[in-house]
Ligand binder design. Structure first.
Ligand code: PHE
Length: 370
């Protein structure tokens, strides 16, 4: 190539660069900048095609020309990406400005959320038992028939299965039947199994609040309701400790010191002995007052964990024993807050919620000192 020819190539490269620079600086959208990139640096872009001419040049020119084109290519690439970044951040700023939310504007009071009485009572119960050293455990609402019944010493064809009005779930698995758990007691089994599996040793001290289901609906029954289970397993656990623990619970929950409480002999397949727990109350003009009078009101079921249950969950009943209890949350909420129809909890009637729900700062916390 002659000196003149080389000059013209160089000039045209310079021209190309100038054009690119001008176009890049006047581009004002991300799409425009992308079009410029394709025009110059794409497969058949003008800078790319300069590189393709390299092969036609004599060897001695190839090097300098190649270096020059590469330099331009890098410079244009850098300009494009800087401009693209600039345009993208400008676009983001526009978008953010459009979506600006003034978080300091107060919520319209009628839209303020509140705590459902069931959530509130779960929180209260959890706080009381936390103070007594219980942690919270959970289990699934769709439970296998084994953990809901068999492992709790309720074998197939046991009449207790009928008592539970179970919702059975269709399953293709012939060996595993599923139910909507009829109580929170299967969480006892799951917790013990977890200890066994991970090699952890008792003490086990948990409560398990959650949803439960039975095919039953009237003023005092709902097909979906809530229970809290309690389980304490250790070497020296006895019925007196169970009674002390529950006495502390009912007094704190209802806010009545020295509340009368009695154990009435009962039957649950998974506890032996079993008891139902009553608290003292008065019943006047259809009103129940807790802590007054000479009447009794049943509030929960409990007992010493049946050795068969411990054995089935892999805990040696000759070394360990435990107590368990289970209570209905709706019932406790109704008694404490004077709600007379259980179905109201789940009707989402805003008048009910307005009256019976709690503000978020009412949630009891251990730190609040009560
Ligand atoms: N699971 C029992 C019920 O739903 C309650 C219970 C739990 C009783 C634990 C004893 C021990 O009625």
């Amino acid at each position: 190539m002659t000196q003149a020819a080389e000059k013209s190539e160089t000039l045209s490269l310079e021209q190309l660069t100038q054009n690119a620079e001008a176009e890049i600086s006047s581009a004002n959208t991300v799409d425009a900048i992308e079009a410029i990139r394709v025009n110059y640096l794409g497969k058949s872009g003008s800078i790319t095609s300069q590189l393709k001419t390299l092969g036609t040049l004599p060897a001695e020119e190839r090097k300098t020309f190649g270096a020059k084109v590469n330099e331009i290519k890098n410079a244009v690439t850098d300009l494009i990406s800087a401009k693209k970044e600039q345009l993208e951040s400008a676009a983001l700023n526009v978008k953010l400005a459009k979506e600006y939310i003034d978080v300091t504007i107060p919520t319209a009071t009628e839209k303020q959320g509140s705590i459902h009485p069931i959530s509130q009572v779960i929180e209260e119960i959890t706080e009381i038992f936390a103070r007594l050293g219980f942690t919270v455990a959970e289990g699934p609402e769709i439970e296998d028939d084994h953990r809901n019944f068999t492992a709790l010493n309720i074998p197939e064809n046991h009449p207790a299965r009928q008592m539970h009005d179970t919702f059975y779930i269709k399953s293709d698995d012939k060996d595993k039947k599923y139910v909507l758990r009829t109580h929170t007691s299967p969480v006892q089994i799951r917790t013990m199994e977890e200890y066994k599996k991970t090699g952890k040793l008792p003490p086990i001290k948990i409560i398990a609040p959650g949803r439960t289901f039975r095919c039953d609906s009237d003023q005092t029954h709902s097909p979906m309701f809530h229970q809290v289970e309690g389980l304490y397993i250790d070497k020296e656990v006895n019925m007196g400790m169970l009674k002390g623990c529950l006495q502390e619970f009912v007094e704190t929950f209802f806010g009545v010191e020295n509340l009368n409480m009695r154990f009435r002999a009962s039957f649950f397949p998974f506890t032996e002995p079993s008891a139902e727990v009553d608290i003292g109350c008065s019943r006047k003009n259809g009103q129940i007052k807790i802590g007054e009078g000479t009447d009794w009101l049943e509030v929960l079921g409990c007992g010493m964990v049946h050795p068969n249950v411990l054995k089935m969950a892999g805990i040696d009943p000759t070394e360990y024993r435990g107590f368990a209890f289970g209570m209905g949350i709706e019932r406790l909420a109704m008694l404490k807050y004077g709600i007379n129809d259980l179905r109201q909890f789940f009707e989402s009637d805003s008048r009910f919620l307005k009256h019976y729900s709690f503000g978020s700062i009412d949630i009891p916390k251990l730190s609040s000192g009560w």
